[in-house]
Structure formats: C-alpha cells, structure tokens
Design a protein around this ligand. Structure first.
Ligand SMILES: [Zn+2]
Length: 323
C-alpha cells in the first residue's frame, strides 16, 4: 500500500484538510528500534503530525517536532522535509521501566516540565542563518492536544489534529482555517463550514483511520462538504545522515576528546539515532580529519569491513556516542 498524504480544499468554507496514512515508512521507522508499545504509539502520532504540518507549510527544508520529556521518555523527535521524507527517534531515560498502559503524561510530562518545540530548518541554510525554533510548555494529554496548543499560542490559524498509530500504521487528519485574502470572504462563503469540519473530523476513530484506504477515509469524513483534491503526494522514510556530517561532528568534538576515545578503542564508531547506521573512523582517518578538515570524504576502500553496517539493535534511543 502506498504511503501518501492528500490535501483537500474546502473553497467556500476557506478551510483545508491534510490526511496522511503511512504503512511502509512507519514500519521502517520502528524497525530500527525496539520501543515499548505506549512509546511507539506516541511516536507514531508525532510522525503523522510532522508530515501533516510540513505539508501545510510553504517552506523548503525540514520541519522537526521535538518533545522534551521529564519522565521515562527524555526526547522524542520526528522530522519531515518539504519532499515528505520522514524519520524519527526516541531517547529513553537510562534503566526506564515503562508499563504497557503508561500514558502520555506519565511518560513525558509527569512534573509538568515537558517542552514542545517546532523547528524549521531551511534546506540550503546560508552561512550564519539560524533555524527557526519555537518552544512552548507541553500541554494536553496527547500529541494532538499539545500541538494544537502550540499552534494556538504561536500562529493565527485555527488548527485541529486527530492522530492515530499502531505497530503497522500511522494516520492523521489536520484541518485548518485559511487566511482570508485581504479580509475578504470567498463568494458564497459558508460561514458554518469550519464548525462542520471540526464536527466531522472529530468523528474519526482509530479503527477506521488505521484500516481504511485514503480514498475511503476522505469519503467517509468529508464527502458531504464536496472538497477538491488539491494534491496527493507520496511519503517516504529517508535518513539524512552521512559520513560527511559525522566527520563534521567529530571535528566539532575536538581532537582532544577524539584522541581520548582512541586511547580506549581501536576506532571510533558513531551510530545514527534515526536509522541505526554505523559510521566507523579508524585512528588514521581521524588523524587525517584533523590535519585537513577540508577533506571530509575519505575513500570508502580505506574503511574497515564493518563500516556503514546496520548496528546492534539494542542501542535504540541513544544519542550519537563514541565507542
Ligand atoms: Zn541515519
């Protein structure tokens, strides 16, 4: 089944909807890790939301949703580019015990210190250009409520989100009021349209949204309002990690720290949190890196045999680490 995202336009109500359904991309995200069930569901909601929000923005680059938790889940990240390439990861607290029925608040916001961040990282960032970052306290009892609160506090556009996830599939609906050009309502403006859309989208159930194909989902939800299909696009898993980025990270750590690691280990292996790829740098390659930091692409044939292999799956949720 294709992973896709459909944009619907409700012309007379001056509203639009995004609907997403991911199977393959979601299974790829979770195949790299072994998340406890309640964590997996929340991450699925965040992945669906990242695709829905990315599709609703006119922005070239990555939209990153980051939840910083105060409980067993320390960090949860979902990223979606304007080309609808998604990736996601979770960092759990060391030795965390997560009950099968653990809820959103106990996992992420038990003491009310959780944070919700939305980052827009431009595709071709100019030197000195910063990514946009908005951070608000984590609110609500799920990802949808947290992001609605975020949108309300930071944007003028009224937004509603409904998100669903299990091990196989994630799906979601976003409805949004569109800015009225110059304050003029469209001809034959449907003044009750927004309220009807809110009511219709609230009738979504996990059972339907995780089973029905896209066309059936849209028909079931919105056919009474005769929307136009504005776009239908494919969503894919894709990780943007690279050997060059890892080399830059090692340069950022500095030679002293890299040398200290090499005292204890024959080479340095850096794992990508998102796709679990492992990047290996031998002592010689590290020396070359620091002696000539312009050349960040050592030839592949110099790598040891275990370079760029998919790493041990027990390392899930940890930041890039040296070992
Ligand atoms: Zn990666």
């Amino acid at each position: 089944m294709t992973d896709n995202l459909r944009t619907l336009l409700f012309d007379q109500a001056a509203c639009r909807a995004q609907i997403v359904r991911l199977d393959k991309a979601w299974k790829t995200v979770v195949s790299h890790h072994n998340y406890p069930q309640p964590v997996l569901e929340i991450l699925g909601h965040l992945v669906a939301a990242s695709a829905l929000l990315s599709a609703s923005l006119k922005f070239e680059g990555s939209l990153i949703l980051q939840i910083q938790g105060d409980g067993p889940v320390r960090l949860m990240v979902a990223e979606c580019t304007n080309e609808l390439h998604v990736r996601a990861t979770v960092k759990l607290a060391e030795d965390s015990l997560i009950a099968p029925d653990a809820d959103f608040t106990s996992l992420l916001n038990g003491t009310g210190k959780g944070l919700c961040a939305l980052i827009l990282d431009p595709k071709n960032r100019l030197p000195g250009q910063q990514a946009y970052q908005g951070v608000v306290p984590l609110e609500g009892k799920n990802i949808a409520e947290s992001l609605q609160a975020y949108m309300k506090s930071s944007e003028q556009l009224d937004t509603r989100l409904h998100l669903f996830a299990n091990e196989e599939t994630v799906s979601g609906v976003l409805i949004q009021q569109m800015p009225k050009d110059g304050g003029h309502a469209p001809e034959n403006f449907d003044a009750d349209g927004w309220d009807r859309l809110i009511a219709l989208s609230a009738t979504t159930t996990a059972e339907e949204m995780l089973k029905l194909p896209m066309a059936d989902m849209c028909y079931r939800l919105f056919t009474d309002m005769s929307p136009n299909i504005l776009a239908e696009r494919t969503v894919e898993f894709q990780c943007t990690c690279s050997r060059k980025k890892v080399a830059r990270m090692l340069l950022g750590l500095g030679q002293t720290e890299v040398d200290a690691t090499l005292q204890e280990h024959p080479h340095i292996t850096v794992h990508c949190d998102f796709c679990n790829s492992a990047y290996v740098f031998t002592e010689k390659q590290c020396q070359e890196l620091f002696s000539n930091d312009q050349d960040l692409d050592p030839p592949d044939e110099e790598l040891p045999e275990d370079a760029n292999v998919v790493a041990d799956l027990s390392r899930e949720g940890k930041p890039p680490t040296l070992h």
